[in-house]
Design a protein around this ligand. Structure first.
Ligand SMILES: [Fe+2]
Length: 410
């Protein structure tokens, strides 16, 4: 994270005696990236964060979704509303935001899943990398050793690797009758704001499409009581359940640059040009060998001669995944793509708007429609995305032929 925060109580210097009111010392825990050589936070626990009493292997629902090459090479279209029940759903048909994740695609750098969660998750620590959880609908309370963040539709929640957390659907952890839908991006490394938007010391620059004021951290410390508390840990080998002697949410204060935070897509300030601007203007985060972009409502390109929708393009080094969240997708008219759709346009295939879409949007501009209300989340990866076999139930297998169909007037 680019800047320093302090939450709760901390002593005046690092690594000095910090006494508990009832006697004894608080236990320090340094959460740090890149072996003491990058961002970190120093947490103060009531109980030692090292005290575990049991360790057991857990079955991993995500591993059941085998990833296979996109072969034969095709552009793909999935409808999230058609996805089969999540692999982590229990007999009552309920699922949580951790074990209920349904993998859609992935590679060695990133795994992308969709989840519909209606019950609280167990405590969870992902030790394989950072997560970006994009809330598509509903509300969810994110609780962690750092504190809690209440999130709703349009929020990206960035969770650093190793954070112990849990997800509780419903506003402020309310109970029953509510669910949350989310796109989950699990990186094999760190997810950060793009470097080009940051000063040397990490401050957002004036030309950045968002800044520190748009990032929401935790409100305060979150203290929970409990003994023999299970925590599901994901590492490269799979899932383990570690049982902690005392509840890990016992941090009275912390400070540093490494912590979970939320950013709402509606706080992204779109960058527009007189003629069409390419997706890098929409970039919101970067991860190892991938980027995350936010397409937000904005004025259409405003040159009188502009073609105000994307040109056909072939990013020869990237696969492009797009999640259509809200708005009117003029450029995709006739393709079958709508709200809730996810498309994949792989390297090896040239993609673009449906034939005839440009003419339709230009006619709309002449009639006074000079803005677009589209909202979408895009993930571009620099290595090919493999496909989860289980997502095939939600695939629109006619999508690949939609450009030819439109060109022929079909
Ligand atoms: Fe594209």
């Amino acid at each position: 994270m680019p800047y320093y925060r302090v939450v709760g109580e901390i002593p005046h210097k690092r690594h000095v005696r910090f006494h508990k009111p009832g006697g004894g010392l608080y236990s320090e825990e340094l959460m740090g990236e890149e072996g003491f050589s990058s961002d970190s936070s120093l947490l103060y626990h009531v109980h030692p964060p090292t005290a575990i009493v049991k360790s057991e292997v857990l079955p991993d629902p995500a591993e059941e979704a085998r990833l296979i090459p996109n072969q034969p090479l095709l552009p793909r279209h999935y409808r999230t509303q058609d996805l089969a029940r999540q692999p982590g759903a229990d007999l009552a048909g309920t699922a949580d935001l951790v074990l209920g994740r349904q993998p859609l695609m992935g590679n060695d750098d990133v795994r992308i899943s969709f989840v519909i969660a209606d019950v609280p998750s167990d405590l969870y620590r992902n030790s394989t990398g950072d997560e970006a959880v994009y809330v598509y609908s509903g509300t969810v309370r994110f609780e962690s050793a750092y504190g809690a963040i209440d999130a709703s539709a349009g929020d990206y929640l960035i969770v650093p690797r190793g954070t112990i957390s849990r997800w509780i659907p419903g506003r402020y952890g309310g109970t029953g009758g509510t669910h949350v839908q989310a796109l989950v991006i699990e990186a094999r490394g760190h997810i950060r704001p793009p470097k080009r938007y940051l000063s040397q010391s990490g401050q957002f620059l004036e030309h950045a499409p968002y800044c520190e004021r748009d990032l929401r951290g935790v409100a305060g410390p979150l203290l929970a009581e409990g003994e023999d508390v299970p925590v599901i840990v994901r590492n490269r080998a799979g899932l383990t359940q570690l049982t902690y002697a005392r509840h890990p949410f016992d941090v009275v204060g912390w400070d540093g640059y490494l912590y979970p935070y939320a950013f709402n897509i509606s706080d992204f300030e779109p960058i527009v040009k007189r003629t069409h601007a390419p997706p890098p203007v929409h970039q919101t985060f970067e991860g190892p060998n991938f980027v995350i972009c936010s397409f937000c409502p904005r004025p259409l390109d405003f040159d009188p001669a502009s073609v105000p929708i994307p040109y056909n393009h072939h990013n020869v080094d990237s696969d492009e995944m797009m999640f259509y969240v809200a708005g009117d997708y003029s450029a995709r008219q006739g393709s079958g793509v709508g709200i809730g759709s996810i498309t994949l346009h792989p390297s090896g295939f040239t993609h673009g708007p449906a034939p005839g879409a440009a003419e339709a949007v230009i006619a709309g501009m002449m009639a006074g429609k000079v803005t677009t209300d589209e909202t979408a989340v895009m993930i571009d990866t620099f290595r090919p995305l493999l496909l989860a076999e289980t997502a095939a139930t939600a695939e629109d297998t006619e999508y690949a032929w939609s450009w030819a169909r439109a060109a022929r007037g079909g």
